[in-house]
Each structure stands twice: as structure tokens, then as C-alpha cells.
Design a protein around this ligand. Structure first.
Ligand code: SF4
Length: 267
């Protein structure tokens, strides 16, 4: 039975949270944080798809190289849509109103998203970009192929040095050390290598916040990827053995959707 990366991540957060969500399949409300993250991912997915369709290198600036193939009219149209106004409009088309405590809170978060996307646009237009994948789904075969891990790569760009995997985050930025040891990025490096059959040059966690964009770049070597495979295999084994011992802590439990029913939730 394939396991998704988000299931694995839930298990790492707290095994009992995994048990509630994926074994007992308890209903849980959509949180404001999740709703906002989904709205942002949906917006950037549409934006990346538009970039791919236009086979473009840069949306603004007269000194940019534009690459077009096929139907020029359609691609010109795609190219013209790569503006900050269009990004703004994609945000409002993609905004999910569910998950917020009130209409006022939802409207406030809409404004926050507008601000974040202005920062994103400024980050994005700093260089020519060749997008080769947007929300690319993967099925990564582990080791001997007996286990499969599924997931999605938010954005894959091709640079002169190889592939660049970008993962969007709407939470607070993590430290460089945390990104250097991030298991999710290691999984993405393994999966991208398998999908695209070419080297992954760099991995980026892009933190999108009202205050600005924080880019954390990191790399993985073969030894780190082997270690990541071992960690994933060990987690899958624990799940198969039904090791759902809870790991309560205030920061985790305070954001857990099951804290109301969990008898060991940290208060
Ligand atoms: S409340 Fe805490 S201990 Fe309980 S399931 Fe959630 S994260 Fe785990």
C-alpha cells in the first residue's frame, strides 16, 4: 500500500495523530493555516502552469530572452498573462474561504496573500526561469521496490547546472541547519532523480510571508540520500508494526486537530 509523504510527515509529527487521521480516519476540520496554504499552493500552481505553457524565460523586462514553440498566438497570450496583476487575479480565483472563524478573518488573510504574492513576484522576476514541472506527482520506489512513497513536487526548474526543486512554505522560515537535514527535501531529491533521470543540483525551501520571501538553498549528496532512504524505511516499518505511541509537546499539540479528544495532549 503506497504511503504519501504527508502521511509520513504526520507520523513524524506524532504517531498518534497519524493513527487518528489515517487508521481510525477521524473527521477533522480544515484549519485556517491549511486553508491559506492550499490557496497559496493553488495560485502558484496556476502561475507555474502558465509559465510552462508559454515556454517563457521572463515575463517582464525588455532585455529578456523569450523562447516560443508551436502556436505563437497562444504563447504570446500566455506570456502577456505573466504580470503581477495576473498573479493577483489568480490569488483571488484560488482563495478558499473555508477554514476561517469568520468572514472578517478570511478577508484579512486575503489581504495578507496579496502582500505575499507581491513579494513572490519580485523574487520570481529576479532571474530567467525554465519551469519543467508544476505540482508533479511522483511514486518513489524504495530500495528493493517493495515500498512506494507518493507525493508532489511544487515546482521544478531546469538551470545550467541541473534541476532545481522548489517547495513553497507559508509557515515561519526554518534555519539553514534545519533545511540541510530536512527529510522532505531528501525525498524530493530522490523522487526527482527517478522521474527526470537527471541530477538534482539544488533544493530550495521558499518561505512565503507577509514580511517577505526567505529562500533556503540546500543540496544532497549520495550518502545523504542513502541515509534518507534508511530513515524512510524505518518509519514505514514502525507504521506497519502499528507503533502509534504519542509524542506530545505543546507546540505540536496546540496545532493538532485532535487535541480535543486526545487524552495525552500537552496543555
Ligand atoms: S494532541 Fe498531541 S499527543 Fe495527541 S495526537 Fe495530537 S499531537 Fe499527538
Amino acid at each position: 500500500m503506497p504511503l504519501s509523504y504527508s502521511q509520513l510527515q504526520t507520523y513524524r509529527t506524532c504517531p498518534r495523530q497519524y493513527e487518528y487521521a489515517f487508521v481510525k480516519k477521524l473527521d477533522r476540520p480544515l484549519s485556517a493555516e491549511e486553508s491559506f496554504g492550499s490557496s497559496m499552493h493553488n495560485t502558484l500552481k496556476k502561475w507555474g502552469e502558465r509559465e510552462k505553457e508559454g515556454s517563457r524565460q521572463k515575463a517582464v523586462g525588455s532585455d529578456q530572452l523569450h523562447l516560443f514553440t508551436g502556436d505563437t498566438t497562444q504563447q504570446d497570450s500566455d506570456f502577456c498573462l505573466l504580470t503581477s496583476d495576473h498573479l493577483h487575479s489568480l490569488w483571488h480565483q484560488s482563495f478558499i474561504v473555508e477554514g476561517y472563524a469568520s468572514r472578517i478573518e478570511a478577508d484579512f488573510q486575503r489581504k495578507v496573500g496579496e502582500q505575499i504574492l507581491q513579494h513572490f513576484f519580485a523574487w520570481w522576476e529576479q532571474e530567467s526561469r525554465v519551469v519543467v514541472g508544476v505540482e508533479s506527482s511522483f511514486k518513489y520506489q524504495l530500495g528493493d521496490g517493495s515500498e512506494t512513497l507518493t507525493g508532489r513536487l511544487d515546482r521544478v526548474e531546469r538551470t545550467l547546472k541541473g534541476l532545481r526543486i522548489i517547495d513553497f512554505k507559508t509557515g515561519q522560515p526554518r534555519t539553514q541547519e534545519q533545511c540541510d537535514s530536512d527529510l522532505q527535501l531528501s525525498i524530493y531529491a530522490l523522487a526527482a532523480k527517478q522521474i527526470y533521470e537527471e541530477p538534482v543540483d539544488e533544493l530550495i525551501l521558499l518561505f512565503l510571508n507577509e514580511e517577505g520571501i526567505t529562500e533556503r538553498r540546500t543540496h544532497r549528496n549520495e550518502s545523504q540520500l542513502r541515509d534518507a532512504e534508511k530513515s524512510i524505511t524505518s518509519l514505514i516499518t514502525r507504521i506497519q508494526e502499528k507503533d502509534f505511541a504519542p509524542t506530545p509537546s505543546f507546540p505540536v499539540c496546540s496545532r493538532c486537530p485532535y487535541k480535543g479528544i486526545c487524552d495525552v495532549a500537552a496543555a
